[in-house]
Design a protein around this ligand. Structure first.
Ligand SMILES: Nc1ncnc2c1ncn2[C@@H]1O[C@H](COP(=O)(O)OP(=O)(O)OP(=O)(O)O)[C@@H](O)[C@H]1O
Ligand SMILES: [Mg+2]
Length: 565
C-alpha cells in the first residue's frame, strides 16, 4: 500500500506534536516540514530524522508528490495561502487547537509517553531485589517480577492468570484487596510455596477507583540472618562477661611464693626466666606443690599481664566436653549446642592459657593443641574454617609426662613443644627448711582470717611438722595449720594441736603400731585425713576418693553418714 506523503507547515508546539505522532505511523511518510524558525525543537527533531526542511512553506506545498498538507500555524492567512499555491492533488488539514484532528493526535502522543514510562517501569521492576506481584480488583494476577520467581520458586507463567484469592488467600495482597487499605509488615507464607515472607501491600488507585493491588515482599530468611548476627553478637557479649569474671579472679605474683631453700629458689629462678619469655612452660610437681600459683605468677610477671589468664583443668571437664570447652563450638555442632560458644582458647586470646593436669588430655585433643602451638590455628567444634588465637600455654602435670610418652599415652611431639621451659617444683619433704617460713606466713594470713593473735609454733610442734613427709605438700600444710589454729586458745601452736592430724600418720608413728580402734572410727579418721590432704574442693574430693580407692559417690555417702559435709 502506498504511503500517505505528508507535509507539515508550522513546527511550533502543535506542529511538533503532529510530527512526533506521524513519524512512527507505518502508513505515513513525512516528506517535509516548514517553519520560519529553523531551530524550534520540532524542527530540530525533523532535521535529525533527515527529513526535508525549509523556511519557505510555499516551496514545500507545491511539491507534486505531497498527498496531505497539515497546517499547524496560528492564523488563517497561511492556511488560505496554502490552499492557493498547493499542488492540485494535495488535501489540506488544519491542526487547530481544539480540533478533532489535534485532539486525536495529542492523545496519541500521550500514549507514546505512557509507552515510554512503561518501558522505564519495566526495567525497574525487573531489577529490584524485592518480589513484586500485582492483581486486578477481582484478584486476577496480572504481573509478577523476576524476583518473585527467585524468592518463591514459582515461575511467572504458573502464577500470572491465577486468582490471588485462590492461590494465596491469606497473604498481604488478598488482605489489602479485601480491606481496600495498605497492609504493612505482614508476615505470612506465600501460597503455592512454603516460603515465609514479610510483605507490604497496597491498593492501586486510578482516578479515585481501586483497580487492583500490588504487594512487595522479602523472604524472612534475610531477616533471620540479621537476627542470627544479633544472636552471635549477644553470645560474644555474654562470653566477654564470663571472661571478665575469670580475669578478675585471684592473682598471685612471685611475692606470694614462699621459700628460701636452694632447690625452691632454683625453680623460682626458672619461673622468672620463663616470665621474660613467651615460650610454652611445663610445670611438673606433685599435688599441692604450687603449680597453679607458679602459673599465675609467671603470667603476672610476663608481657601478657593485663590480658586474660584462663585455666582449664583437663581432669575436671568430662572428656567429651573438653574439646568444646577449649576450642568452642558452632551453634548446632551437637545436641545441646543451642548457640555458638567461644572456647577458652579464644577467651584467652592475647593472654595465657593454663592447662592443668595436661596428662588427662586425649590424643585427639593433644593433636589439636599441637596445631595451636605450631600454627596458632584451631577449629571450633562443628566449625568449617580455621580460626587464629595468640595464647601462651602454661601446662601443669603431677604425672611424669616422659613415662606417658614412653608408654605412647602422650604425644612425644607435644611433649617437646610444651617443655621448652620445664620447671620442676620440689615436694615439701625435699625442702623442709622452708617449713618454718611457710608456717609463719600462714599464721599471719590466718590470724587475719580467723581473728586470732597466734604468734608462732612451739619447737616440739615444729619438730613434728618437720618429721612428717607431707604427701600433699603445701596444700596439706595449709590445712593442718588452719585446723590447728582453730583449736589453739593461747598464742602458740603446740604438739597437741597437731598430733590429731598428723600424729597418727607421721613417719615415726603409724596407726598399726599404736591403737586398736573401731573400724568406723578408723574410716572417719581416714576420710578426714584424705580431705585434709587433697582439699575439700571437687577436685580435692576426687583425688581423696581415688586415694581411698572408693568412688566419688561413695565418698559423698560416707561424708554424709559421718556428718562431715
Ligand atoms: N611456694 C609457695 N608459697 C606459699 N604458698 C604456696 C606455695 N606453693 C603453693 N602454695 C599454696 O599451696 C596450695 C596448693 O598450691 P597449688 O594449688 O598451686 O598446687 P598444685 O601444684 O596446683 O596442686 P594440684 O596438683 O593438687 O592441683 C595453695 O593454696 C597455694 O597457695
Ligand atoms: Mg593445681
Amino acid at each position: 500500500m502506498a504511503k500517505n506523503k505528508v507535509a507539515i507547515v508550522g513546527m511550533g508546539n502543535k506542529g511538533s506534536s503532529v510530527y512526533r505522532v506521524l513519524r512512527i505511523m507505518e502508513s505515513v511518510d513525512v516528506v517535509g516540514a516548514a517553519d520560519l524558525n529553523m531551530t524550534t525543537p520540532g524542527m530540530m527533531l525533523v532535521r535529525r530524522d533527515r527529513v526535508f526542511v525549509t523556511e519557505d512553506y510555499e516551496e514545500l506545498v507545491v511539491k507534486p508528490e505531497v498527498d496531505t498538507i497539515i497546517v499547524a500555524t496560528g492564523g488563517t492567512e497561511v492556511l488560505e495561502r496554502v490552499q492557493k499555491v498547493k499542488s492540485a492533488g494535495a488535501t489540506v488539514l488544519e491542526a487547530r487547537s481544539g480540533s478533532l484532528l489535534m485532539d486525536i493526535l495529542q492523545s496519541k502522543e500521550e500514549l507514546l509517553d505512557v509507552k515510554k514510562l512503561k518501558g522505564e517501569l519495566w526495567a525497574i521492576l525487573n531489577s529490584v531485589q524485592e518480589a513484586i506481584e500485582m492483581a486486578d480488583n477481582t484478584g486476577l494476577i496480572k504481573y509478577v517480577n523476576p524476583a518473585f520467581t527467585r524468592v518463591t520458586g514459582i515461575p511467572e507463567e504458573v502464577r500470572v492468570g491465577k486468582n490471588i484469592f485462590e492461590v494465596s488467600p491469606h497473604g498481604a495482597l488478598a488482605n489489602s484487596l479485601v480491606k481496600q487499605k495498605p497492609v504493612v509488615g505482614y508476615r505470612s507464607k506465600v501460597g503455592g510455596s512454603g516460603v515465609e515472607v514479610i510483605s507490604n501491600a497496597s491498593p492501586i488507585v486510578v482516578e479515585g477507583e481501586i483497580i487492583g493491588g500490588v504487594v512487595v515482599f522479602q523472604p524472612i530468611t534475610d531477616i533471620l540472618k540479621l537476627m542470627d548476627e544479633l544472636q552471635k553478637s549477644t553470645t560474644i557479649i555474654e562470653n566477654l562477661y564470663a571472661k571478665i569474671d575469670q580475669i578478675t579472679g585471684s592473682k598471685f605474683t612471685f611475692d606470694d611464693l614462699i621459700g628460701t631453700s636452694k632447690i625452691f629458689q632454683a625453680s623460682l629462678e626458672m619461673a622468672k626466666k620463663a616470665a621474660r619469655n613467651d615460650s610454652p612452660v611445663l610445670l611438673a610437681g606433685e599435688t599441692g606443690t604450687g603449680k597453679e600459683l607458679f602459673a599465675h605468677a609467671i603470667h603476672q610477671a610476663s608481657n601478657r599481664r593485663g590480658k586474660p589468664f584462663i585455666k582449664v583443668s583437663c581432669a575436671s571437664v568430662p572428656e567429651e566436653l573438653l574439646e568444646s570447652e577449649l576450642f568452642g563450638h558452632e551453634k548446632g555442632a551437637f545436641t545441646g549446642a543451642v548457640k555458638t560458644k567461644l572456647g577458652k582458647v579464644e577467651l584467652a586470646n592475647g593472654g595465657t592459657l593454663f592447662l592443668d593436669e595436661i596428662s588427662e588430655m586425649n590424643p585427639y585433643l593433644q593433636g589439636k593443641l599441637l596445631r595451636l602451638l605450631q600454627d596458632r590455628e584451631f577449629e571450633r567444634v562443628g566449625g568449617s574454617h580455621g580460626a587464629k588465637a595468640d595464647v601462651r600455654i602454661i601446662a601443669a602435670t603431677n604425672i611424669d609426662l616422659k613415662s606417658l610418652v614412653r608408654r605412647a599415652r602422650f604425644r612425644e611431639e607435644l611433649y617437646f613443644r610444651l617443655n621448652v621451659i620445664e620447671i620442676n617444683l620440689p615436694p615439701l619433704r625435699q625442702r623442709k627448711e622452708d617449713i618454718s617460713l611457710l608456717v609463719d606466713n600462714l599464721i599471719t594470713k590466718l590470724n587475719r582470717k580467723l581473728g586470732k593473735k597466734i604468734k608462732g609454733v612451739s619447737p616440739e610442734a615444729l619438730q613434728l611438722l618437720a618429721n612428717y613427709d607431707w604427701p600433699a605438700n603445701i596444700r596439706e600444710l595449709e590445712s593442718v595449720v588452719e585446723r590447728a589454729m582453730v583449736s589453739v586458745d593461747n598464742d602458740h601452736i603446740g604438739q597437741q594441736h597437731l598430733s590429731l592430724y598428723i600424729g597418727q600418720f607421721s613417719n615415726t608413728q603409724t596407726i598399726s603400731s599404736t591403737e586398736i580402734m573401731a573400724l568406723d572410727k578408723m574410716e572417719q579418721i581416714m576420710l578426714k585425713a584424705a580431705l585434709m590432704r587433697y582439699g575439700e574442693t571437687l577436685e580435692g574430693k576426687k583425688k581423696a576418693a581415688q586415694a581411698l580407692n572408693i568412688s566419688l559417690a561413695t565418698l559423698y555417702n560416707k561424708l554424709k553418714k559421718y556428718n562431715t559435709i
